[in-house]
Design a protein around this ligand. Structure first.
Ligand code: FEO
Length: 394
């Protein structure tokens, strides 16, 4: 089903309620939308496609408005297959439609797809007239890949932002911010941002500044996932600016794994000490918490405390997986507290410390290593660690 956004500009995207894990990694209990936009003028342009299995539904949405074979331009803001997966379907119907994208995207197109259509690469801020409407292409490097751009419909003041300002959550026929419960949008936007975009926070800040510097009017922010903002387009921009800010927040997140409860008890002791010091604590056992929630609660924590058993002389695999996310997603720098347990030789905490220090994170003192069950001495060390954490968060 399509929705008109403003005269001649339509939402033609689809909801996905079937995929359990976005990128095969992140739980999406409320689904996700793949947004696509149709612009009908003297020339017809479609901006982004949808993930491959939803091609038929997407084409049917377009057919409600125009014959897809009449499309003149296929504009690809981003090459990731959740937005280009239906390219073979539309190009089979419209083999002469010109594919428009950045020069970097052109290189990716030939490695991703074998489609015959002609192309036009666009420079940053280049414009294209569709007749009465003008499109301006704004390169948006690393939002979310290096080839990404936004498309601005000048006369209508609609900014099609691709992944930037997106959210998890299917739309279920409620396409606009004034039709949806914003509490859920905020939560699912942050979970989307922290899972997908954390590595690119500096590019989020740069992208927002670039759009501000353009001085363009914005009546609609229309991303590639989640709702279209028309009531308050700058709400989501402000949220993204806050979330990607290098200023972290005044709480401690404890992320730990445990096999038989020793590390769990150490985590609980640390939590108790922190709570008594008035520190807000968020706690995740990696065996039970969904990783997207662990990351969402960790990215902006002023102090991160990580606890691990030793497993085959290495960190507990799920804890190490989390630390790999800290590295891979380039979590903003902040002190990291480490604690853990072992039965005989140790090695779990040691290897985490080495990895984090190699990535230039400050590992706080004391690093608490407990052989088996924490006794008075180690409980004292955990109290000392809690005091050090509280000092950082003052
Ligand atoms: Fe929604 Fe980076 O793709």
């Amino acid at each position: 089903m399509h929705r008109e956004i403003t005269k001649g500009v339509y939402y033609v995207g689809v909801d996905d309620h079937h995929t359990e894990l976005f990128e095969n990694l992140w739980k999406i209990p409320f689904g996700v939308s793949y947004n696509s936009y149709l612009i009908v003028d003297e020339k017809i342009a479609v901006v982004d496609t949808v993930k491959g299995p939803w091609a038929d539904e997407w084409l049917n949405n377009i057919k409600e408005i125009v014959d897809p074979s009449k499309i003149d331009y296929i504009i690809l803001n981003h090459m990731e297959p959740d937005h280009t997966g239906s390219l073979p379907d539309i190009t089979a119907i419209a083999p002469n439609a010109i594919i428009i994208y950045t020069p970097f995207a052109s290189k990716m197109r030939y490695s991703f797809y074998d489609v015959p259509n002609p192309e036009k690469t666009v420079a940053d801020l280049e414009e294209l007239s569709l007749g009465s409407k003008t499109l301006k292409f704004v390169h948006a490097k690393f939002l979310h890949w290096p080839e990404t751009m936004m498309t601005y419909i000048v006369e209508d003041e609609v900014l099609l932002t691709c992944d930037a300002f997106g959210a998890f959550g299917a739309l279920n026929g409620k396409h606009f911010d004034d039709e949806i419960k914003m509490e859920l949008v905020e939560k699912e936007s942050w979970r989307y941002v922290s899972a997908i975009i954390t590595s690119y926070f500096k590019f989020v800040q740069a992208g927002i500044q670039k759009v501000k510097d353009l001085g363009i009017g914005i009546k609609f922010i229309a991303p590639s996932h989640g709702p279209i903002y028309r009531k308050d387009p700058m709400w989501i921009v402000q949220k993204y600016a806050e979330w990607s800010s290098p200023e972290l927040e005044k709480y401690c997140t404890i992320v730990y794994g445990t096999m038989y409860g020793f590390t769990h008890r150490a985590a609980m002791t640390l939590k108790k000490e922190l709570t008594e010091l008035g520190v807000e604590v968020r706690l995740h056992n990696v065996s039970y918490s969904d990783m997207s929630k662990v990351i969402a609660d960790s990215v902006r924590a002023g102090v991160l405390a990580i606890g691990t058993p030793t497993y085959d002389a290495f960190p507990y695999p799920k804890v190490w997986g989390f630390v790999n996310e800290v590295e891979g997603k380039r979590f903003p720098k902040r002190p990291i507290a480490l604690f853990g347990t072992y039965g005989w030789g140790g090695g779990g905490v040691k290897k985490l410390k080495e990895q984090l220090e190699r990535c230039n994170y400050e590992v706080m003192e004391p690093v608490v290593r407990v052989r088996g069950k924490a006794r008075e001495e180690e409980k004292g060390q955990l109290k000392e660690l809690a005091n050090a954490i509280a000092d950082v968060l003052k």
